[in-house]
Ligand binder design. Structure first.
Ligand code: PMP
Length: 403
């Protein structure tokens, strides 16, 4: 018998070599207790969370929690069925109504995760003989959705309007085309030049899908995402998003004004062939989405946090992924795995959790510590975080010693 897992031996060896240095494993952290959107207990130590997608801090919102409890009491723990059979409850429809109100669209379709929303949209919208044109740094769920479908895949250089134009120009004029963009790219936290990209896509007659996973909640006048802030709402045909970030639970969606959108419920396999979300989850999502429509003060505070952390880390001498704070994600760039893991572990010892990210998740072989801010981080917590970065950075030798 050939051991099918032997192909992973190099990865097992690399991981073991890292653990043999005595460092804690960045990929097996357990939250023993979660006290708030910004505080948890990890191995007995109270730890500030700076590596979650809880941008708007909705996970402990009392109205959200109450909505979930009520749904659990009234509708049970799960639907045990697909959306197209027994798995659509009143709560799923209410959640879709909340999304339509939030985005101001005619249609909304709730999937079980954002990953599945992208799997579904990529594999269903563009078929044989048609084209998906995507940014090289697209999220794994976008790539996987392409792999599930039959369209031709064309990649363009990350955030390059010129390369997008060039590649679209080489495709047959009459062929169906879907340009896939993300508002915020989640590894480095940079945003897409959507205005320019949308104009180029339109010029070539392509339809446009924008993934606003990391933009929902705090970009644009209504918190719809970067596409709202860029003023291209009318030109984006499909917006994909997730409940696992600003909304604070789990689930995915696509919203659209396309008149034939509803047919997708019948043909989109990652929508049809999986169980629908539990009633408590759609109830928490709907309550959260409705509150996010009136979260201007929180939004403003999140941006203040982002500016404060970006400016502070820069002043300490860290190399950051973006010149300016562009989103709620701030990436601290490190030269190699050793420094990245060293910094990550030193921060954890001090009581700060950030995400360690490495290839293949990161672009071009980079190692980085991803810091993601929450609207519930206080100004004092951001100061504390900067103090921890200063201490860890000096101890590991990433920044020069204090003078
Ligand atoms: N799109 C992007 C850009 C993402 O970053 C993610 C998750 N990190 C997803 C989609 C998938 O979302 P979910 O967690 O709901 O599966």
């Amino acid at each position: 018998m050939t051991d099918l897992l032997s192909k992973f031996d190099p990865l097992i060896a690399e991981r073991q070599a890292l653990l043999d240095t005595g460092v804690r494993d960045p990929f097996s952290i357990v939250m023993d207790e979660v006290k708030s959107p910004t505080l948890a207990v990890i191995k007995g130590k109270e730890t500030i969370l700076l590596g979650t997608y809880n941008y708007m801090g909705m996970t402990f919102d009392p109205d959200v929690i109450q909505a979930g409890k009520d749904a659990l009491d009234n509708f049970g723990s799960g639907t045990t069925g697909s959306r197209v059979l027994n798995g659509t409850y009143q709560g799923h429809k209410e959640c879709e109504e909340a999304l339509k109100a939030f985005y101001g669209t005619e249609h909304a379709m709730v999937f079980s995760t954002g990953y599945q929303a992208n799997l579904g949209m990529m594999s269903t919208l563009a078929g044989k003989g048609e084209y998906i044109i995507l940014d090289a740094d697209s999220h794994a769920s976008i790539y996987d959705g392409c792999a599930l479908g039959n369209a031709e895949i064309v990649r363009f250089r990350h955030n390059s309007v010129e390369d997008l134009d060039k590649r679209l120009g080489r495709l047959p004029a009459e062929a169906g085309k879907l340009v896939v963009l993300e508002g915020v790219y989640s590894m480095v936290g940079d945003i897409a030049p959507l205005k320019e990209m949308v104009a180029v896509a339109k010029k070539h007659g392509a339809m446009i899908l924008c993934d606003e996973a990391h933009g929902m909640g705090f970009f644009g006048a209504n918190g719809r995402g970067v596409f709202e802030e860029a003023g291209v709402e009318k030109d984006v045909d499909f917006v994909v998003g997730t409940f696992s970030k600003s909304v604070g639970t789990v689930g995915g969606f696509c919203v659209s004004n396309h008149p034939k959108f509803e047919v997708l419920r019948l043909v989109c396999r990652p929508y049809v062939f999986t169980a629908s979300l539990p009633p408590s989850v759609v109830a928490t999502a709907a309550a959260s989405i409705r509150k996010l429509m009136h979260a201007g003060a929180k939004r403003q505070h999140l941006w203040e946090n982002s500016r404060r952390l970006h400016g502070g880390l820069r002043a300490l001498g860290f190399t950051l992924g973006t010149e300016t704070p562009q989103s709620a994600i701030i990436a601290v760039m490190l030269p190699d795995q050793e420094q990245a893991v060293g910094m990550w572990a030193a921060l954890l010892e001090l009581g700060l959790y950030v995400n360690m990210a490495r290839p293949p998740a990161t672009p071009a072989g980079t190692f980085l510590l991803r810091c993601s801010l929450c609207a519930e981080h206080s100004a004092e917590q951001v100061e504390q975080i900067l103090g921890m970065f200063a201490a860890a950075g000096r101890a590991v030798g990433v920044i020069p010693p204090a003078v």
